[in-house]
Structures are given as C-alpha cells and as structure tokens.
Design a protein around this ligand. Structure first.
Ligand code: HEM
Length: 477
C-alpha cells in the first residue's frame, strides 16, 4: 500500500492465505478477563497494541466488549491497520445491518423504529432516509457559519471572562453550545439550554454498555455493562427532545412526508441524527481539536502560523468568514484532519462478512475470514499506521496534510467511515462529512481570530478527552 516512505508492503499474494491469529480464551472467563483489560487495566489503545505485539499481526481474533455482557457475543476479527480496515468500506463483502455500535440497543429507545444508521444500504429505506439527511444539510448550508459563530463566540466570551479565576472547563461549555448550535444549524431554532441534559441522558442510556464512565469495575460492570438498561428510564427526556425536533424541524418533516415517510418515523430519525450522529460526536471532536492544537510540540510557531493564515484569509474575504475563505486555509484544514486522525471521535466500526473471503493486512498478508463473522475496525490503529504515516504516526504534526504530498495522505483519515470518496445514498459513509470538517475548521478559525495563543489542561478520560483553558493571549493583529 502507499505510504509516506514509499513502502508498498511486501505482497504475499502468491502464498496461501493464513488463519487469523489470536484467541478468545475460555468461554465466559476469556470474555470477563478481556473486558477487565479493556476497560480498567490496559485501556483501549493498549488493549489492541499489546495483542498486535503478542500475535505479530494487525488482523486478530479478539474479544471486544461491544454491548451488554449477558447478551452480546464479544468475538470479532479485529482489523488494526490502514489496509485491512478498508475492508469495512467494501459493501460487496461486508453487511452493515444493525452494527452501528456493535450491537442494537432496544428499538424502544428510538421510538420503535430502526433508524438509518442501523440500516444496510440494501434495505429499502436506507437510500431514502439518507437522501432526507442530504436534503436537510443542503437546505441549511447557509446557516452553518452564522449559527456556529454566534454560539461559539458566546462560548469564548465566557472563557475570556472566567479564565483569570482558574481553569475554564471547555467540555462543560461545549456540551451546551454544541447542542444549541446544532439545533440552530439544522432547524433554525435554538433548543432550550436545559434540553442538552435530556439528550445527554438518552445518549448515556443508549451507549452505557460500551464505555467506562470511570466508576470502579465492581460497580460499573453490574450497573452499566451487563444488561441493556430499560428505555423507560429516559422516556420523558427523549420525549422532550423529540417534541423540540418535531416543532423546529417542520420543513424537514414536510420534505420527509413528500418522500413518503410518516412525520413520526422521520422525526425519530432526525432526533437520532442530531443527538447521536452529530451531538455525541461533536462532544468528543471539539475538545480533541482544542487539546491537540494547544498541546502541539511546536505550539508557538504553529499558533503564529495559524493566526496569520486565518487573519489573512479573512482580510482577503472582506473581513467575512465564508466557506470559500475557510477552504483556502491549508494549515487550518491540516490541523483538523490531524486531530481526528490521531484521535477519531467514533473509534469502532463493524460489519458482518457477507461470504467466505480474504482480508489483506498492510504488510500484504492475506487472512481467511468465514461468512457471518463479525469484523471490527479500531480506527485509531488504522489511522496511526506507521506504514502510512511514518515514524511520527503517533504524534500530532499540525502541518502533516499541507502541500501536495501532505494532501495525498488525507485519504487515510477514515473518521467518516471512508477515505477520499464522497458519502452517497448507496454507501455507509457519514453524510455529515463536509459539515463536520467545516465545523472543525470554523472552531480553529474562531480561536485564532480571538487569540494569538492559548494554553489548556488536557486529560484523556474514559469517556473522551477533557480540556480546560488555563490561559489565553488576546489577538494583537
Ligand atoms: C464529529 C462528527 C461526526 C463523526 C465523527 C461521524 C462519524 C460517522 C461514522 C464513522 C459513520 C459510519 C458508522 C458506521 O456505519 O459504521 C457515520 C454515519 C452517519 N453519520 Fe456521521 N459523524 C459525525 C457527524 C455527523 C453529522 C453532523 C451528521 C448529520 C447529518 C451525521 C449523520 C450520520 C448518519 C445519518 C450516518 C449513517 C449513514 C448511513 O447509514 O449511510 N454524522 N458518521
């Protein structure tokens, strides 16, 4: 495969395919031991890295806690390099039905409907529901920049006021601002500030079997990881969120009706799109961008270059932030790609093998996989693959994607479940791809319009990165 050092990966196409190495351990005990390693002893990165070392392979049989302990089979074939991971993009070989997060939460938590994200493109509703999402994003494209700027300039006004009094928790501010921004961007109406708490409870209930929230395992395993929690616990919260979307999303629902959907089914899909697809991911992505840019090794030169680029592009655009002016900011684009490469917001992707097949690793070894087996890609291993990104694969290099050579590497940034191809109604790639990149860039733009530089406290937590501003230097030019 292509790589930063021109290495093409030794091909063993003439040799016989190998059995996938690895072990699931003893029934129940193997799973229990691996869950403990995964959540509490090693953490996710070490869990995978240590097993890659142990078996000398980036394609492995491994247990992954992909749902409640008592209901979900943890056995997967893990794809842990930049080449084998792309098997998951190939819909001729992989079925994406009901695999979004590795298991299916009870449909009662999404109003009784199977939502777009759980549908394989071969299912009848997939294309039409995805088209609905494209229509919504297209119809609201002019509102993204103003909605982002108004919500995030208020957030940064708050930072300016508080930063002299101690660290300012960015995640806490972002939890409200990101939610309000999304409501305004998608539906033209800011949700009430307290609605983000309702959305948060609903998300927590849906995703709780998949994460550690930092409690001791003796509490967390029986409480959150053993059986799905009943959706009745968040019924009121979900209803409040649904009611907001039903009222604010009138135009999108009119469009859905004209496409043959009931308003109810479409609304549940829009709630999921705003809540899980967008909000949950932005809660992770924006702190990651901030932490990466503030923590860069060459911070003072990177910040100076970013400030110059942002302010010059703004000046050229007559003092406006526009899609075209942001598109010209090569370094801004690069830092956003680099942040999501190093720490992708959605780390796991799944798919069932549609038939007996071979999976090829980055070093050209072919492995046999049987029809029906669950394939799982852990994205950080794929997007930090040293055969693609070289010796600095595990480091934040702000200008990695600048210039002609740099741009060639963008196709190895898989955050949207694709490389350089575009999302379509026929694939499973994130329809929010362009929206998300725009928002990441707008965030960097907003920071460097206000500040020459800034510092943060950064903590890698079990439920995502935690970032707090500790100092900001206001823009001097
Ligand atoms: C940081 C932000 C985001 C990240 C990291 C992200 C990531 C992803 C990923 C990895 C997938 C593929 C999941 C899979 O099937 O394995 C996906 C699918 C999807 N995303 Fe996003 N997403 C983000 C924001 C958004 C936004 C803003 C929207 C709004 C439209 C959106 C809507 C969807 C939908 C509807 C799907 C399912 C697509 C399909 O079934 O074909 N996402 N996203």
């Amino acid at each position: 495969m292509a790589s930063s050092n021109g290495h093409s990966g030794g091909s063993s196409s003439s040799t016989a395919p190998r059995a996938v190495p690895g072990s699931y351990g003893l029934p129940v005990i193997g799973n229990l031991r691996d869950r403990h390693d995964f959540y509490y002893r090693q953490g996710q990165d070490k869990y995978f890295e240590s097993r890659i070392q142990q078996y000398g392979s980036t394609v492995l049989r491994i247990n992954v806690p992909r749902g409640p302990f008592f209901t979900i089979d943890p056995k997967v074939v893990a794809l842990l390099d930049a080449k084998s991971f792309t098997t998951l993009f190939d819909l001729d070989r992989v079925e994406k039905k009901d695999v979004l997060v590795g298991y299916v939460p009870p449909v009662s938590i999404t109003g009784g409907y199977r939502i777009l994200s759980y549908l394989d493109p071969s299912e009848p509703n997939h294309d039409k529901l995805k088209q609905l999402m494209f229509n919504l994003l297209h119809s609201r494209k002019d509102s993204v920049i103003p909605a982002f700027r108004s919500n995030f300039s208020s957030l940064l006004d708050g930072v300016n006021l508080q930063v002299g009094n101690g660290p300012v928790d960015f995640n806490k501010l972002n939890d409200v601002s990101a939610f309000q921004f999304l409501g305004e961007a998608f539906f033209g109406e800011r949700p009430a500030p307290e609605l983000f708490t309702s959305a948060g409870k609903w998300l927590l209930l849906m995703l709780s079997p998949l994460f550690s929230i930092g409690l001791p395992w003796i509490v967390e395993e029986p409480l959150l990881h053993s059986v799905p929690l009943p959706s009745i616990l968040v019924r009121k919260d979900y209803k409040a969120f649904y009611d907001y979307v039903f009222k604010a999303g009138t135009k999108a629902l009119d469009n859905a009706e004209s496409m043959g959907f009931s308003r109810e089914e479409a609304c549940h899909n829009l709630v999921f799109m705003m809540g899980l697809n967008s909000y949950a991911a932005f809660k992770l992505m924006l702190p990651t961008i901030l932490g990466s840019v503030a923590g860069s090794k060459d911070k003072s030169s990177l910040h100076a270059r970013l400030a110059t680029e942002v302010r010059a592009a703004m000046a050229d655009a007559g003092g406006e932030v526009t899609i075209a002016s942001v598109e010209r900011m090569e370094l801004v684009k690069s830092v956003v790609w680099e942040a999501v490469r190093l720490d992708p917001p959605v780390k796991y992707q799944y798919g069932h093998a549609k038939r007996d097949m071979e999976v090829e690793s980055h070093d050209g070894v072919r492995y046999e996989v049987k029809k029906g087996e669950m394939l799982m890609g852990y994205q950080p291993c794929a997007t930090r693959d040293p055969l693609v990104f070289g010796a600095t694969a595990g480091e934040f290099v702000g200008d990695r994607f600048v210039g002609e050579e740099g741009r060639k590497l963008v196709k190895y940034v898989y955050w949207s479940m694709g490389g350089d191809e575009e999302p379509t109604v026929g694939n499973k790639q994130c329809p929010g791809k362009n929206f998300v990149m725009l928002v990441g860039r707008l965030f960097v733009v907003e920071l460097f319009l206000r500040y020459d530089t800034f510092s943060v406290q950064f903590t890698k937590g079990p439920g995502g990165n935690k970032v707090a501003f500790t100092d900001v230097t206001k823009a001097t030019s």
